[in-house]
Design a protein around this ligand. Structure first.
Ligand SMILES: NC(=O)c1ccc[n+]([C@@H]2O[C@H](COP(=O)([O-])OP(=O)(O)OC[C@H]3O[C@@H](n4cnc5c(N)ncnc54)[C@H](O)[C@@H]3O)[C@@H](O)[C@H]2O)c1
Ligand SMILES: [Zn+2]
Ligand SMILES: [Zn+2]
Length: 261
């Protein structure tokens, strides 16, 4: 690992989740820039920073995010940094001992003791938070809660269906609950995930292997379909279910990443 260059930070990783996107990388489903350094759902302590870094300092407890925003482009200037046109990661590559450059998954690469990121990828948080929990905010929780609260704009009293209740879907269930949804229908193939979804606020659960998912969601929503359907699997059949299970006046949010088959 090179020393932190201008605008960069070295972070000592304390915990990193396994997001399904890491598995897509492993299969070559995202791109073919092997070898990858996987892991992108992490929290840790800043160990050192390069020249010009002011936003974080050694010792700070941080969550890592995919890309640093530029603060200067037209999206950033409109106060919408999530649409930043000029996001960036660390400039210098991390390498294998023989010098082969690694591609860090989503510009993070946290399945390692330390990782090199752009300082703007570090979001300082309360150091009393558990690293294993805080790290999840870096991807699955952000994507899932964001799908419900922001993209899906779930409102009080809405009916919401979440297809796939892994890390992302479980967070969507929690987001729908936070927004005050009246009906939250969780769909998965795994009973354990359905149980967890219930503990996070699902009012109904459907085992995708035992029922017709679209029919069952329609039945639970007076025949209309759900106001917001969140797809958190990434397969053609579940994309299709999401559209058919939606109320005509409703919204579909596709969070799952489609992978070539
Ligand atoms: N858009 C984003 O920002 C973003 C962020 C994180 C992950 N993702 C993508 O979201 C998807 C989910 O990620 P994850 O980390 O939650 O994965 P995960 O493996 O934790 O969860 C996927 C869940 O889907 C369930 N499932 C599989 N097939 C199903 C089917 N036919 N019907 C219903 N449920 C089914 C699995 O049992 C599992 O519980 C992946 O494609 C991942 O790449 C997108
Ligand atoms: Zn992820
Ligand atoms: Zn920008």
């Amino acid at each position: 690992m090179p020393d932190a260059g201008p605008g960069e930070a070295v972070v000592k990783v304390q915990a990193c989740g396994v997001c399904h996107t890491d598995l897509h990388y492993r299969e070559g489903g995202i791109n073919d820039e092997f070898p990858f350094l996987l892991g992108h759902e992490a929290a840790g302590i800043v160990e050192s920073v390069g020249e010009g870094v002011t936003e974080v300092a050694p010792g700070d407890f941080v969550i890592l995010n995919w890309r640093a925003v530029c603060h200067e482009c037209r999206a950033c200037r409109r106060g919408r940094p999530w649409y930043c046109f000029n996001t960036h990661n660390a400039k210098q590559p991390m390498t294998l001992t023989d010098g082969t450059a690694l591609t860090p998954a989503l510009g993070i690469g946290a399945f390692a003791e330390k990782t090199l990121v752009a300082a703007g990828q570090c979001t300082k948080v309360d150091p009393s938070a558990s690293p294993a929990a805080a790290g999840l905010l870096g991807c699955g929780v952000m994507a899932g809660i964001g799908a419900a609260l922001n993209t899906g704009n779930v409102q009080r009293g809405d009916s919401v269906a979440v297809i796939g209740c892994g890390g992302v879907g479980a967070a969507s269930v929690a987001g729908a609950r936070l927004a005050g949804a009246a009906k939250i229908i969780a769909v998965d193939l795994d009973e354990r995930k359905l149980e967890w979804a219930r503990s996070l606020g699902a009012t109904h659960t459907l085992h995708a292997g035992s029922v017709d998912v679209v029919e069952a969601i329609r039945e639970l929503t007076d025949g209309n379909g759900a106001d917001v359907v969140i797809e958190a699997v990434g397969r053609p059949e579940t994309y299709q279910q999401a559209f058919y299970a939606r109320d005509l006046a409703g919204t579909v949010v596709l969070v799952g990443v489609p992978t070539p088959r």
